[in-house]
Design a protein around this ligand. Structure first.
Ligand code: FAD
Length: 276
């Protein structure tokens, strides 16, 4: 993660922007249990939008709906999101709704649909490991709501609803990506998997996709050498920059996914050049 304070995140985004990389800032936090916590998250996220403008950063913002009370009351969450999306629209910015575990997939998509009735500057994430994603993606693009980040998915889900084998997940990732591109969605291709990056290159060239219709997306600190390769090949790249005091759950998910990250944490602790 970038650090605990907004100033840490600003410094990281500035460095990324100087290297020709866009960012999406994520204020860490999820699964709040009280309304006032959700309200505070809203205020903080709106401050981040102001900071991006003031500091002239090339960055949008990613949010998790459970950080904004989705599990307490969906309409309450929607009303907070309307304030955030309205502010982002007024400032010429964009909000990406992260996708969380399958207990909230349906509600997250419902909130997205309702927001898009008034705010075109909002997009959502779909997870290639979920069996329902092909249908969700087709429906959203058909409805004109195709501003989508596609990722594999990071939560542990049961086999009845999710593909479990890497080859199956990769197959569905590329199949869904092709449908998104063919049907005219704007896509954020979020992966560090070289096989998927190569597959995406092939689809981009087969469909003659314009550069302003897609972007590659990667997590801060993961495979920076691949990021440079993608940039050198002439594609746009956006890096997901999480920051804030609530870093524990985000870090534990990443750690479970990839124990090698422990090495990165140690390196980060002892190196002066902490971010790449
Ligand atoms: P993998 O096969 O998992 O990884 C490919 C290679 O990348 C690995 O071999 C390893 O070398 C490296 N690598 C991958 N992850 C790490 C890591 N954490 N530390 C060190 N090395 C690593 N998931 C969601 O469920 N919801 C979201 O909203 C969401 N948003 C995301 C946004 C972005 C920009 C990105 C890049 C990912 C997001 N994810 C999200 C996570 C995603 O679902 C995957 O869990 C994650 O990207 C790993 O999958 P992969 O495609 O990189 O392939």
């Amino acid at each position: 993660i970038a650090g605990e304070e907004i100033a840490d995140a600003v410094a990281v985004v500035r460095r990324l922007n100087a290297d020709g990389v866009m960012a999406t800032l994520d204020v860490l936090g999820e699964d709040i249990t009280r309304r006032d916590e959700a309200e505070s998250s809203k205020v903080f996220i709106m401050d981040v939008l102001d900071t991006i403008l003031r500091e002239k950063l090339d960055s949008n913002v990613s949010v998790k709906l459970t950080q904004l009370g989705l599990k307490l009351d969906r309409d309450f969450c929607l009303s907070l999101m309307k304030d955030i999306a309205g502010k982002a629209r007024d400032l010429g910015n964009f909000i990406r709704i992260d996708m969380e575990d399958s207990s909230v997939t349906g509600d997250t998509i419902t909130v997205y649909r309702k927001l898009r009735e008034h705010y075109p500057n909002v997009g959502i994430v779909l997870q290639a490991y979920l069996r329902r994603t092909a249908a969700d993606s087709e429906a959203l693009v058909r409805e004109g709501l195709g501003n989508l980040r596609l990722c594999k998915g990071i939560y542990i889900e049961p086999e009845e609803i999710a593909f479990k084998v890497k080859s199956e997940i990769n197959f569905h990732f590329l199949k869904t990506l092709e449908q998104m591109i063919r049907d005219g969605a704007y896509v954020g291709i979020a992966t560090h998997d070289s096989e998927l990056v190569e597959g995406a290159y092939r689809l981009i060239s087969r469909y003659g996709l314009r550069k302003d219709r897609y972007e590659f997306q990667m997590l801060l600190g993961v495979r920076p050498e691949l990021r440079s390769e993608i940039l050198r090949a002439g594609h746009r790249v956006r890096v997901y920059v999480p920051f804030g005091k609530q870093w524990y759950r985000y870090s534990i998910r990443r750690f479970k996914e990839n124990p090698q990250i422990a090495g990165n944490v140690l390196k980060a602790l002892f190196s002066r050049h902490r971010f790449n």
